[in-house]
Structure formats: structure tokens, C-alpha cells
Design a protein around this ligand. Structure first.
Ligand code: GAP
Length: 464
């Protein structure tokens, strides 16, 4: 079932469980290799019918929790391509770099920190120059055994040109983070949203980074989605709000059921982003190792001060109660959407039973499941069963995302719904035509009970 041959050659993961998850994602329509009919494009992925539902459910839950349910956060949706001065001011043009070395023979490129780690060096807290010294001391070779080039810093922003003329003047960047769209709109939001500090701006959107070594399925890609909040506070209250947002990130992990596999890591200065005075990463125990899932950074007034200077526009905030004028400081909790989806899949993946009883299922939190319920007619070729089942399917659609399946036998349908994590399956059989009852089967316990069809909606609502 979980054959490696389901996967294109460029898919390289580092554990059996990951291979199984990648295979399930393809087979059940969560994630497909990008541009597959052309042989794929390395490390690009497309989200299929089940994947887009799961991804949207995560986004909606996040937006509801952090925007709609709060009075102190508003949303924006800024342009992907921004004035290039934004990236000069933010420091990304000068310092958004990864350390790079190249195999002199094959011209393959590697991240120096990753190569050192693979050779047993703990690079945590190591500055670029220290890594350069280390690689020379160790006379490190490429994984193919060839000489490496001198390490250099590689800027990860994708460049393109605006308009028909390709010149230095038309260079723009694809945004590497959504954050700057919130900083440059700080004044617009203050002027229109009637929020007083402390308040936050939230955004969900795509970001692009020309990663040197993408990999591990959707974990590190060159195109991904972020869910970010820039929370503006009085400088004297920054420490308090930093702790508050760390707690909020923990609460979120609990809400989506992945808290137990999470680890919180205080990041030393040398490893922090150029803008951060303090950072705590949430790491997750993925099957291929413990890796960064989310970030939390104290960006001080780095961004507002830089934009104020570069644009010549005052971004000062006037406190309406005290009349104090100041540049707010910013606490930034960041959630990677694709990594969230991957962590949710990893923590939900279950295999149980032997032989004919063996099954794979996703124990997804019901609120994240792509479909909450599936409806089947017992037999596809009995119009009276199909008609009744369609009626129930349509009425449940008013309340939930509902899947329809009339292929194969009921056992096979359970099997495929288990694999996409559908919490309930409803079967319409001959008894349904007589007494209006149906069977409803629970994904996790596999228990089936009979109930009146008109009770389904309430029952499912309560159980969800
Ligand atoms: N605005 C702050 C910021 O962008 P970051 O730590 O560079 O911070 C935030 O990125 C999050 O984005 C990470 O914690 C991770 O979840 C996700 N992320 C970063 N690079 C990624 C990549 N290449 N592929 C997928 N997700 C990525």
C-alpha cells in the first residue's frame, strides 16, 4: 500500500513514517508533487481537494482565534510585491542571507550550517565567521567527496523585474515574509481602525525564499504561507507581551492537538534574525528530527524606525490618554502554515490492526478534518437507496463539509474516509427505507450505531 514507487524520484525524506505520510498525501489528495505531468519541479507541491480543505480549516481557525474573537487585533492583506525600498529599510537586502558553499566539481550548493551539522558540529549560536573557520579547520569536503568553494553569504530573496524592461531600476522582490506589509500600513491602520496601543495587525499570505537546500516534503520549500501578527506595544511593556504571546502560541498548539510534541527553544544572539532582540522558537518533533515550527521575536522598533527613516514619514504614535508620543515596539508571533499542516498530519497518522483488519487512519481534530461526515448508499445500483442517501447528503451539506462515496463496497469506503480523517460515515441501507434510520460509524472507535436520519445533524454537531 505505502509503496515508495508512488513517489517521484525527487522526493527524498528521512524516515519511513514520512514516506508513508507523503504517500498517503498523494493517494488521498492532500498534497501532489507540483507540475507532476512534466516530471515535477523539485520541492514544489500542490494541495489537492483534501489538502486545501485542511489548509483552509487551519487558516480559518487561526483567523477566528486571533482576529475575530479579539478586540485588539485587525487584519490586512497587503500586496506580494512591494516597493524595493521596503526591503532595504527592513534590512533584508543587506542581511537576509544563508551561508553557502558549492561543490567545485558538481556545482551542487549546500548550506554550510547544514553540512557542518551533518558532520557532527553543533552550529547552535555559531556566527558565519566561526563556521568559516570551522570548515577550514576540518578540511570539510562536499557529500560527494569533492573540494568546496569558499563559503559566502547568499541572499534568499527572489528577484524579478517590474514591467517590460529588465534593468537595475525595475528590480523588485517577492516578499520573504508578510510582516513588512503590516509595518508599512501601521499608520493606515491606526488612522482607520480606531485601535489604541497595545494592538496587533494580522495577515495570512504567501512568502518566497530562495532556499539553498529545500526538502523534507512541505517542511522547507521556496514558496510557503505564513500566518503572522505584529503586535505593537509601549516599549516599557515589551517583555510582558513577549511572555503573553509565548503562552498564546502554546494555547494554539493545544487547540490543534500538537502541543505534546512541541519544544520551546530560546535562540542565542548569533542565531537570531537581524531584527530580533529576543527569539523563542517552537520546535516540533517531526519524524525526520526536531525542527522549527513557529517563531516568536521581539522586533523592538527596528522596522517602524527604519521605515520612518527611509520614507521620511513620521510613524510616531500619540497615546490618546497620556499624550505621550513614541515609536511603538513590536512583538511578532509567526506561524508557518505548511509546517502546521505537516505537524498536524504527523501527529494524526495512525496504523493499527493486522492482516484484513489493518487500517491507516488520520486522527485529525474534528475541526480540522477536511470533511466532517461522509454519506454512502449501501448499493450504488439501487436508485431508492441512492435517492435517500442524496437527500441526507444535501441536508447535511447545509451544516458541514460532507463527502459522497458510492464506489466499491462499504468497507473500502470506510478505509478511504479513515485515511482522510473523516470523523463520521453514514450508510443508507434497506432498513433506512422502512424506518428512516441510518448507521453512523465513528472513525476512531469504528463503532456503529443506528439513529433516525433527522437526528444526524444534531448528533454530529454535538460530537464535533
Ligand atoms: N516574519 C518573521 C519570519 O518570517 P521566520 O522564522 O523566518 O520568521 C517564520 O519564518 C516561519 O515560517 C517559520 O517558523 C516556519 O514555520 C516558516 N518557514 C520559514 N521558512 C520556510 C520554508 N522555506 N518553507 C516552509 N516554511 C517556512
Amino acid at each position: 500500500m505505502d509503496k515508495k514507487s508512488d513517489l517521484p524520484d525527487f522526493v527524498k525524506t528521512t524516515s519511513d513514517t514520512m514516506d508513508k505520510i507523503v504517500s498517503l498525501c498523494k493517494r488521498r489528495g492532500f498534497v501532489f508533487p507540483g507540475s507532476e505531468i512534466y516530471g515535477g519541479l523539485a520541492n514544489s507541491w500542490d494541495y489537492g481537494p483534501a489538502g486545501v480543505e485542511l489548509k483552509n480549516n487551519i487558516k480559518q481557525l487561526w483567523w477566528k482565534r486571533f482576529v475575530h474573537m479579539r478586540d485588539d487585533i485587525v487584519g490586512v492583506d497587503a500586496a506580494l510585491i512591494m516597493n524595493p525600498k521596503v526591503w532595504q529599510a527592513s534590512g533584508h537586502v543587506a542581511t537576509f542571507n544563508d551561508p553557502l558553499v558549492e561543490d567545485k566539481k558538481t556545482h551542487e550548493r549546500f548550506r554550510l550550517d547544514h553540512l557542518l551539522e551533518q558532520n557532527g558540529v553543533n552550529v547552535f549560536g555559531m556566527a558565519f565567521q566561526q563556521m568559516v573557520v570551522k570548515v577550514k579547520e576540518m578540511n570539510l569536503k562536499s557529500p560527494k567527496g569533492n573540494e568546496l568553494t569558499e563559503p559566502k553569504q547568499f541572499n534568499m530573496m527572489f528577484k524579478t523585474n517590474l514591467g517590460p524592461v529588465e534593468s537595475e531600476d525595475s528590480v523588485v522582490y517577492l516578499r520573504p515574509e508578510t510582516a513588512q506589509g503590516m509595518f508599512v500600513n501601521f499608520k493606515n491602520v491606526v488612522d482607520t481602525a480606531r485601535k489604541t496601543i497595545p494592538f496587533g495587525v494580522a495577515q495570512i499570505g504567501h512568502a518566497f525564499r530562495n532556499e539553498i537546500t529545500p526538502g523534507n516534503f512541505i517542511f522547507r520549500t521556496r514558496e510557503f504561507e505564513l500566518m503572522e501578527i505584529e503586535f505593537f506595544v509601549h516599549p516599557s511593556e515589551a517583555d510582558k507581551w513577549f511572555e503573553y504571546w509565548l503562552e498564546q502560541q502554546k494555547e494554539w498548539l493545544k487547540e490543534i492537538g500538537i502541543f505534546d510534541e512541541a519544544v520551546f527553544v530560546e535562540i542565542p544572539e548569533a542565531d537570531r534574525a537581524h531584527y530580533s532582540k529576543r527569539s523563542v522558537d517552537t520546535e516540533y518533533k517531526f519524524p525526520f528530527g526536531q525542527k522549527e515550527l513557529y517563531g516568536l521575536a521581539y522586533r523592538t522598533d527596528h522596522d517602524l524606525a527604519s521605515h520612518q527613516k527611509m520614507s521620511g514619514q513620521s510613524l510616531d504614535y500619540m497615546d490618546p490618554h497620556t499624550n505621550e508620543k513614541f515609536l511603538p515596539h513590536c512583538i511578532e508571533p509567526t506561524w508557518g502554515l505548511n509546517r502546521t499542516l505537516l505537524a498536524v498530519l504527523c501527529s494524526s497518522y495512525r496504523e493499527e490492526g493486522e492482516g484484513a483488519d489493518r487500517r491507516v487512519y488520520l486522527k485529525l481534530p474534528a475541526k480540522l478534518a477536511p470533511f466532517k461526515v461522509a454519506v454512502f448508499p449501501l448499493l450504488k445500483n439501487k436508485p431508492e437507496l441512492v435517492g435517500k442517501a442524496k437527500e441526507i447528503y444535501q441536508s447535511l451539506k447545509e451544516h458541514f463539509t460532507v463527502a459522497w462515496d458510492d464506489r466499491g463496497n462499504v468497507g473500502k469506503r470506510y478505509y478511504s474516509q479513515d485515511e482522510i480523517g473523516t470523523p463520521f460515515c453514514v450508510t443508507v441501507d434497506f432498513q433506512s427505507l422502512e424506518d428512516g434510520t441510518v448507521t453512523i460509524r465513528d472513525r476512531d472507535s469504528k463503532e456503529q450505531i443506528r439513529m433516525k436520519a433527522y437526528e444526524l445533524s444534531n448528533y454530529i454537531q454535538q460530537r464535533l
